[in-house]
Design a protein around this ligand. Sequence first.
Ligand code: GLY
Length: 404
Amino acid sequence: MMDMEIKKTVWIVICSTCLLGACDQSTSTNGEEQEADKKEKVIDLTAVKNRLDYFLDYPVDSTAFPRSMEPDGTVRGVPSKDWTSGFYVGSLLYAYQLFDNEALKKQALNWLPYLAKEKLNGGTHDMGFKVYCSYGNAYKLTADEDYKKVIIESSETLATRFNGRVGAIKSWDFGKDRWDFPVIIDNMMNLELLYEASKLSGNERYAAIASSHANVTLKNHFRPNHSSYHVIDYDPQSGEVQNKLTHQGHDVESVWSRGQAWGLYGFTMVYRYTNDLAHLQQAEEIADFIFQQTMLPEDMIPYWDMLAPDLANQPRDASAAAVTASALIELSQYSENGDQYRQYANAILKSLTNEPYVLNDEVEVPFILAHSTGNMPKNDEIDLPISYADYYLLEALVRLNDLD
Ligand code: GLY
């Protein structure tokens, strides 16, 4: 704790809007060269910081959490039951940590209570996104007992979606004509809530469910090249895989970029709790797959699907890049290839913190990043600001700050 206080003070003195984004592997002895190397590694947060006034000015509305920007420039607000509702509060909390601005924390805690009712919503697997990104972060900062109770109750609700024969949590209740027991790669992201609830409550069942889900996903979701399917449909009676599908990718065998990012983040986070080398290896293999792609643009921000046709004319997905960067910073601490992963993360963050990815100052919406793609097959949220891109960008920057 003391170390962090000191480090923060130093950063404020040096530059309140910069981060050193890569470990210093410089071998140069010349002072000027070292200075140039250092410049290359600095992530300038000025453009990100300039966006935050829009977050502070945006009025709290219990029924409309900012989710994305519509093509006409208005804000799409969603009720708490939407899978994205927790990201806005989480972004405010991460921005508070990054820039030491109490007003951001206050605003986050003003929005927070309107998410509490989701703890009883058993109709979705998205509990982790909604509750852990909001209440989980709020609890880490405040140790408020009421927040802890929400985390534990939410886990109890999420656990009702676990099927012991499949060994996994059911993702969706919709689409009964297309699948019986769908599990999507995104669902890996909800496991952090369960692991934390186990620690907070002493109930090991939540962690056991999370680990079972991760192991079943590891077994069935990946192709030999370590890319991931989006949807695996299980027979809920026998637990066997009965189909492989996509919902948000271009086609079943294509590589939906955000799905790869969810898998990378998911297995990195799961390894933090399990210390199981199979989980670490899975995360490394996903990372290696992503960065060996010749179709990854030079600025490291992927197209929405890595195998979509006419790729050069496809929209990017900044959200996939942000999730990937945050995951890589964590993975860099566990892996023997950590330096390489941190360099990839740094390259992504240098792109995301600058034009054209940071929204222009004149765009008056409570978002930071442009150029995310939500659901291409449904032609929804294409090449626009979306709240989860901001959340994972800010998380990556906080993680980087903590490392440095
Ligand atoms: N979990 C939904 C998505 O990534 O779009």
